[in-house]
Design a binder for this molecule. Sequence first.
Ligand code: ATP
Length: 357
Amino acid sequence: MTKTYNIASIPADGIGPEVVSAGITVLQALSEKLQTFNLEFKHYDWSSETYKRTGKYIPDGGLEELKQSDSILFGAVGAEDVPDHISLWGLRLAICQPFQQYANVRPTKIFRGTQSPLRNCDSGDLDWVIVRENSEGEYAGQGGRSHRGFPWEVATETAIFSRNGVERIMRFAFETAQKRPRKLLTVVTKSNAQRNGMVLWDEVAQDVAKEFPDVTVDKMLVDAMTTRMVLKPQSIDTIVASNLHADILSDLAAALAGSIGIAPTSNLDPTRQHPSMFEPIHGSAFDIAGKGVANPVATFWTAAETLEWLGEGAAAKKLLYCVENVCERGILTGDLGGKATTKEVTDAVVEEIRRLS
Ligand code: ATP
């Protein structure tokens, strides 16, 4: 019998609804064409608008309901009149943290038909996966503020690195590297300046490496890593780094691959006790929201990552193949130097899907 997956969709803010709707269109076209799986979507209107109306991003009991889904397709959160730390903690982190989606996976590559801003960097020269610790570190939410508003005000933001937290992300990163042809992992830290938590990272990396003798490991400081990404992109394959460091590196990676409008992000609970959440790497992009020009490719790749995680790897590959064909045909949105609208790119991908043999 054909398997049915229940997918929760949370488009949320800015260009989120436009790109998620495009993502659902191509997923449904793929499911119709292949007939090997079914998808049922349940839509949630959780957003900054809901927050402004009700004081909550997620209504009471919302997380319990979300737990019933097989996976979550997320758009973007952030509104001009809501402080970023409220929207981020109110919706995205409010799902990632209780659902223990501790592995944030961010693949980047240069699609056929698109261009890197780097000279001498073609499709195939940049093909990376960044594994980001997603549950603690610099975004653990520990800290406080005293003497608010006074000149002697102080604020602390304490990074938390637990052996358990570092070990589980390190093992996940080694497994990710091991599954890729090059079996190459770069462990990024800042253990010269941050001599406690980051030294723990280095030590745990050394221990876990013993379980993966077939994976080649190297070590970089985060500042040096930025120059290596720009100057020697071919020398990199899989990267593992803390919550903050990998957050920054992955935006750089997306820009080096051509646009922030291409790359996806997966927030995974590798234990599969909770649903995992998939989203484009870009944010709500207010400047282009509602204009119908947002690049939907990041959400298409997000959709492919969802299928891969659900066990539909063959369908995921077909979807990416269709998306790359469309890029190669020059049907590109403005961020990639083209003139196509979100709808034109989406229609072209659907057409490619219908043409699959
Ligand atoms: P956030 O703080 O949530 O990350 P932001 O608006 O600061 O949001 P992004 O939304 O990631 O940052 O986008 C930065 C810029 O990149 C946007 O202003 C927009 O011009 C461009 N951009 C982002 N996503 C897309 C996309 N899918 N298609 C085209 N351009 C995009």
